[in-house]
Ligand binder design. Structure first.
Ligand code: BGC
Length: 548
């Protein structure tokens, strides 16, 4: 019996077509849903990006002179958002389990609107800080639930591409924020006559996408995986039929439902055996968190998900996103255009180079993309640090060196954008079993925000003290990324979420195998189902389990 079960999913994954652009156009409905849900990423990018332009506006300085003159306070104003986001990502895990991924998106948007209105209407520094913290809570929540939601809805052949839309949306938000700041600073003139609208408007405008997303949640379907977690099987099947856009008779949908159901039942029955005394939902949640730390294969996944987030931040991305103008000035660039070259061009490159990830992520695989991106980031950081070290006292007489430095900062951004910029959202949202998925994604994305906070805090000091050493510091993490991914991160491309156990060596003991065999027998899933699919000429695809 056990071997039948092993065979049933061995090397097979239900697929709904091609990867990349072709696959996306074959499935326009799920593409549209994912683009829409990704508006949450836009709020993230916008709110993160808008503040640097606002901080330097004349009228903002007049309104909040203490903030304008105190760089420590300014640093905290940027950081308070990341702290809020860390809390938001963490608490939204259990919320997304309880009220659904869909309604947790709505809740986060309501919180975001409150935070944004407080910021845009701020009369004192306290209001700015509170507004940013509240908006941060929402952004953190959205940054964990959107990839989770998309990943649970996507067919395996498009999951990487669709989740990467979150990153595209973040980069779009960062770029739009910059250009809006750039435009609104002229309201009333850039000098003393500048109107308060110059900075209140960009802060208020972020309400627009949030309102659109809020209304849209009433039309978004529930995640079928969440519905099955709540035993709403009929709705799950109807939703899956709706999002896969196939006729009712298509056997793949029924099989997908059964596979998800088997995973949910397995999780539930294993929890009952492991934690027989946990009966209330609170106790069960606590046990689930504990299991992430104590059960080996879950722990391995958690380490991968969290370390990926930590490394993402310590490759130095936000050192550039937050401090690009200072970095560009320190490499000898002066004048009005510095901000434009630094933040504006960085934003556009970040956006444009995320597009290849959407097209190729499911074809190339996460590992290859991470390693190639890691090599590109390593080379760029090495060149930037070295040029900086050599020309640090003679930028004025070597303008070409300054330009070369800037070019490699841009090349670094491009390599970040298509690789770890996207993969860090994909891997956590796809590798965990149903019972711990949302908690684990919350912990991972919380780690991202915590690391973001630390980098924002230490970076200005490093740029002032060890100067070019800052780039060598980040370079060390880029090298670590390559080696770690090569040896320790399994390839998850094309593998269905329900098959991930095989990659991570989970639930492979005899008792687990028997339990799963029993569940599959009860549900009537067997090897024949795949044969039947083949006979009906359905594309079942071949799962890409490599390198476990
Ligand atoms: C990171 C952010 C970063 C952004 C830049 C995201 O993946 O998590 O911290 O600012 O990429 O594109």
């Amino acid at each position: 019996m056990v071997s039948t079960i092993a065979n049933a999913a061995d090397g097979m994954a239900i697929s709904y077509g091609e990867t990349g652009a072709k696959g996306l156009f074959q499935q326009p409905y799920i593409l549209f849903l994912s683009i829409f849900a990704s508006l949450g990423g836009m709020l993230f990018g916008y709110d993160q990006g808008v503040i640097s332009g606002v901080l330097v506006m004349n009228n903002f300085g007049k309104q909040f002179p203490m903030l304008a003159s105190n760089s420590t306070l300014q640093g905290w104003m940027v950081a308070v958002l990341t702290l809020g986001a860390m809390v938001g990502a963490f608490v939204n895990g259990p919320i997304a389990d309880r009220i659904s991924r869909r309604w947790s998106i709505l809740l986060a948007n309501i919180v975001f609107l409150v935070g944004s209105i407080i910021q845009a209407a701020a009369q004192n520094i306290v209001m700015i800080f509170i507004g940013r913290f509240i908006a941060g809570l929402a952004i953190g929540g959205l940054s964990m639930v959107i990839p989770l939601y998309i990943s649970e809805m996507a067919p395996s052949n498009l999951r990487g591409s669709l989740v990467s839309l979150q990153q595209l949306s973040i980069t779009f938000g960062i770029a739009v924020a910059f250009w809006i700041d750039y435009g609104t600073q002229n309201i009333g003139g850039t000098g003393d006559s500048q109107s308060p609208i110059a900075w209140r408007l960009p802060l208020a405008l972020q309400c627009a996408p949030s309102l659109i997303l809020s209304v849209g949640t009433f039309f978004l379907p529930y995640s079928p995986r969440w519905l099955l977690l709540k035993d709403r099987e009929e709705e799950a099947e109807a939703t899956l039929l709706q999002i896969r856009r196939v006729p009712e008779t298509d056997p793949r949908v029924r099989l997908e439902i059964l596979e998800i159901k088997a995973a949910v039942l397995f999780d539930r029955e294993t929890t009952a055996v492991l934690y027989p005394t946990a009966t209330t939902s609170w106790q069960i949640t606590l046990e689930r968190y504990k299991s992430l730390l104590t059960i080996r294969h879950l722990n391995r996944r958690l380490v991968i998900a969290c370390l990926l987030q930590f490394i993402q931040q310590f490759t130095g991305i936000n050192a550039i996103i937050y401090y690009a103008p200072q970095i560009f000035q320190s490499i000898g660039m002066t004048g009005e255009s510095v901000d434009l070259l630094a933040t504006g061009v960085v934003g556009i490159i970040d956006f444009v180079f995320t597009i290849p990830a959407i097209l190729f992520m499911d074809g190339w695989g996460r590992k290859k993309v991470l390693i190639i991106g890691g090599i590109g980031m390593t080379i760029s950081q090495l060149i930037v640090g070295t040029i900086y070290a050599v020309y640090k006292d003679s930028w004025a007489t070597h303008p070409a060196a300054g330009w070369a430095c800037a070019a490699f900062v841009w090349i670094y951004i491009a390599n970040f954008a298509y690789s770890i910029g996207c993969v860090n959202w994909i891997i956590p949202s796809e590798i965990f079993p149903p019972g711990v998925r949302s908690q684990a994604v919350g912990l991972a994305i919380g780690t991202n925000w915590l690391s973001n906070f630390i980098v924002a805090l230490i970076c200005p000091r490093m740029l002032n003290s060890i100067k070019f050493g800052t780039f060598y510091f980040f370079l060390a993490f880029c090298i670590f990324l390559i080696v770690w991914v090569y040896f320790f991160v399994p390839e998850t491309r094309g593998v269905s979420i329900e098959e991930m156990d095989k990659l991570f060596g989970g639930n492979q003991g005899e008792a687990d195998a028997m339990r799963m065999a029993n569940i599959r027998q009860r549900l009537g899933i067997g090897y024949n189902d795949f044969d039947e699919l083949k006979a009906k000429d359905c594309d079942i695809g071949v799962s890409q389990i490599e390198n476990a």
